[in-house]
Design a binder for this molecule. Structure first.
Ligand SMILES: Nc1ncnc2c1ncn2[C@@H]1O[C@H](COP(=O)(O)OP(=O)(O)OP(=O)(O)O)[C@@H](O)[C@H]1O
Length: 298
């Protein structure tokens, strides 16, 4: 996949000054984030810090109160079948075969009755080629209940990829899998990310998974000290408190046993997960070149 034309000038994702509240509760506090083509962003954070809310905003399922979210330079509108997302469960429709599940987005976005046969046949060929890539060609005619959990998630990835959305959004996609299958899928996803040059935004509860998969690891947290005119230590909602560039290691899980890897997990745990160890909002260590700290308006 080569980025050409006007799209090349834009970041895949540009989130600027985004604030989201539910009633009086601020859930996301002034989020700024730029994601470039080909990045594999993993997002971790304590329960309730707003990870899923941020994903829903990127998906267009909800609107922010302030700020803007652009995907390839275009404001995010309402959700449409083009926006590929893989959930922990329920990405597949149980009454459709694997092949029809993969084709579903195409059918939903085109009036099938007037589509020339040729076009439909091209879609089928594309779907089968994707199923081959996710190692499910043999299972094309099967139904989701006939597949293992890992196979279902691979089918869900193919279902998302066929729509060619600029960013593959993933919300805890491997959370329901047993550890071996999960690791197998991690390797699989890294492989397909590399080969297809995908841009991925991946939310997980699992720090090890985030450190292993991400080329960029973002920590969202509600645990920080904030005195931006709201009195000392007022907590206003999730903020990105750390942003790391990582080397991923497609093809090998050996890194998981290395001291540096375990140290990284521990430092991420301290940065975002410990209510006792609070960074000041001024001191977030955002190391990634695309990071920029929100200007504090004291
Ligand atoms: N539709 C909603 N209405 C009101 N409050 C909401 C709504 N959705 C989320 N919240 C609140 O916003 C906060 C953030 O929720 P969110 O699900 O985004 O967090 P999360 O980081 O994904 O949590 P978890 O890791 O536990 O899944 C929570 O306090 C939650 O109760």
């Amino acid at each position: 996949m080569t980025l050409t034309g006007a799209g090349a000038a834009f970041k895949k994702l540009e989130i600027t000054d985004v604030v989201k509240s539910y009633g009086s509760k601020c859930v996301l506090d002034d989020i700024d984030l730029h994601v470039s083509h080909g990045e594999f962003c993993t997002l971790v954070g304590p329960s309730g810090c707003g990870k899923s809310t941020l994903l829903r905003l990127i998906l267009g399922q909800e609107q922010s109160d302030q700020g803007s979210i652009l995907v390839e330079g275009q404001p995010v509108g309402f959700p449409d079948p083009y926006r590929g997302i893989v959930f922990q469960k329920y990405s597949l429709f149980p009454h459709l075969s694997v092949l029809d599940n993969v084709l579903l987005g195409k059918h939903l976005t085109h009036q099938r009755w007037w589509m020339p046969w040729r076009r439909q046949s091209d879609w089928k060929e594309e779907a089968m080629s994707l199923l081959e890539r996710v190692r499910l060609a043999e299972a094309a005619e099967k139904y989701p209940h006939e597949l293992s959990g890992g196979m279902q998630q691979r089918a869900a990835i193919a279902q998302a990829l066929i729509m060619k959305h600029p960013i593959l959004l993933m919300d805890e996609p491997f959370g329901a899998l047993d550890p071996d299958t999960r690791e197998d899928l991690q390797i699989f996803l890294l492989d397909i990310w590399e080969k297809e040059q995908l841009t991925i935004f991946f939310v997980t509860h699992d720090l090890e998974e985030a450190c292993f998969l991400g080329s960029r690891l973002l920590v969202l947290s509600q645990y920080y000290t904030d005195d931006r005119g709201n009195g000392p230590s007022v907590n206003r909602g999730g903020k990105i408190v750390a942003d790391h560039s990582l080397k991923n290691s497609a093809g090998s899980t050996v890194i998981k046993d290395q001291v540096e890897f375990r140290d990284l997990i521990e430092s991420v745990r301290r940065e975002g997960f410990s209510p006792e160890i609070r960074q000041h909002v001024d001191n977030f260590n955002l190391n990634h070149p695309d990071s920029f700290r929100t200007l504090n308006e004291y």
